[in-house]
Design a protein around this ligand. Structure first.
Ligand code: GTP
Ligand code: MG
Length: 423
């Protein structure tokens, strides 16, 4: 199993702002408050799309932002909520919050979805603040900020097709030609030490995942050259592309090579031998290749694709054929439960609502809650400011400051803004 990984920042939409407004009618000098509430900002939602098999689509995005909710208006008109931003990911995607290390979602099911960042609620309009004591509130709230998170998105990939063969037969060269994978290619054996994955497109636009695996050697099924580990990868693929070097360089006989590899597959497991195999004769650009192929075909009656990976000849027909085969092969569920370690979904723990520090002469308040209230307060509306101050008092911040030794007129900072402490 291979892991595809993408890092991404998400920022849900901010809520729409509430409105401060009063009814204006003829002969009614002081109408009641009628400012509407803002709408909710968009949530960021990750949702399984069965048609996707990689995280390729996310690779080029650094950030995903939600839309702000609509602002409230006069005449008690509430702003509309913004639509959720849906991010489509393949089945089997796991989403982790990088700042806390907690797993937010483990999308195993075909229809799984998870909200990874919640949009802010709309700010309330002044109509919402009307009470018996204050029948004409002259303030409203800004929308609540949307949640922000740094995410790690992982997908455990199962390759549909695995390239199998002796070392140096040209497996890496093939994947480098048919996909964006850029594996190391060299004239010595065991150039490839870990599997490379590539997404391959057929002429009709279908995609599948191909794995370029390290070369197998005699005794691979018993662990020679780490062969057993690579064979395990192959066990999960649906189709094996058996690559044979037809040039016969190094004094080898292509047919012997072919038999050797099949023997290793068989000895490793019956299921490997029963897998659909497509034979690809590579290095057909070499002088002796044609002659070798004729001999090979006398012994092997299966369909053989002639290619030259180096010069990119004959590969597209192989890809299209594989695309067809994959459609015909019944899909064993791609992600079975036992193929994943089980993950626990954690709840966020409630932290201390605030901390206060003294930096030089300034009292600095750190608090997610207070910062949120701060952003939701319209500081040009006096009643709004008073309400903000009252909320701080209720949270115990005034008492705490006093207890820590704050005096009348001291500077207090929240985010980048300074206030005077009033005892
Ligand atoms: N002439 C010729 N040379 C090729 C062709 N395909 C690959 N080669 C060469 O064969 C050598 C080995 O190619 P790789 O793609 O690294 O082979 P590999 O099967 O991935 O090898 P390992 O990773 O060691 O198992 C390189 O020097 C390639 O340039 C081909 O079609 N024609
Ligand atoms: Mg290789």
């Amino acid at each position: 199993m291979f892991v595809d990984e993408v890092l991404l920042k998400v920022e849900a939409g901010r809520g729409g702002d509430g409105c401060t407004s009063f009814r204006r009618e003829k002969y009614v000098p002081l109408g009641g408050p009628n400012g509407g509430n803002g709408g909710r900002g968009s949530d960021i939602v990750f949702e399984v799309d069965e048609g996707l098999h990689t995280l390729l689509d996310l690779r080029y995005q650094k950030q995903i932002k939600g839309k702000k909710g609509e602002n409230g208006r006069g005449k008690n008109q509430h702003g509309a909520a913004s639509e959720d931003v849906i991010v489509r990911v393949p089945q089997g995607t796991i989403i982790t919050d990088m700042d806390t290390g907690l797993i937010l979602g483990d999308l195993k099911g075909k229809h799984d979805r998870v909200i990874v960042a919640k949009g802010g609620r709309g700010g309330r309009g002044n109509a919402a603040f009307k009470t018996h004591a204050n029948t004409a509130p002259e303030f409203s709230e800004n929308g609540e900020p949307g949640e922000e998170r740094n995410l790690k998105i992982e997908l455990k990939l199962l390759a549909d097709v695995g390239l199998v063969g002796l070392p140096s037969v040209g497996k890496s060269t093939i994947i480098s030609m048919v996909s964006k994978a850029k594996p190391k290619i060299a004239a010595y054996h065991f150039t490839t030490l870990t599997p490379n994955l590539g997404v391959v497109k057929t002429t009709s636009g279908k995609t599948f995942v191909m794995a370029d695996l390290p070369g197998l050697i005699e005794g691979a099924s018993k662990g020679e050259g780490l062969g057993d580990r690579f064979l395990k990868h192959i066990e999960r693929t649906k189709v094996i592309v058996h690559v044979v070097d037809m040039s016969g360089i190094e004094g080898r006989d292509p047919y012997d090579d072919y038999v050797l590899i099949n023997k290793e597959l068989q000895e490793f497991s019956e299921t490997l031998m029963k897998k659909t195999q497509v034979i690809v004769a590579n290095k057909m650009d070499m002088p002796s290749a044609k002659e070798n192929l004729v001999k090979f075909q006398k012994k092997v009656k299966d369909k053989i694709f002639e290619v030259s990976a180096l010069t990119n000849q004959g590969l597209q027909p192989v890809i299209d054929y594989l695309g067809q085969l994959l459609e015909e092969i019944p899909t064993t569920p791609l992600y079975e439960d036992n193929q994943f370690e089980s993950h626990v979904l954690y709840q966020f723990q409630k932290e201390e609502p605030y901390t206060i520090e003294k930096e030089d002469d300034v009292w600095v308040i750190h608090s997610e809650q207070v910062e949120k209230w701060f952003k939701m307060t319209k500081f040009n509306q006096e009643e709004g400011v008073l309400r903000f101050a009252k909320r701080l008092r209720k949270l115990g911040i005034d008492d705490k400051l006093r207890e820590m030794g704050a005096k009348e007129g001291d500077k207090v900072r929240i985010l980048d803004f300074y206030f005077d402490f009033k005892d």
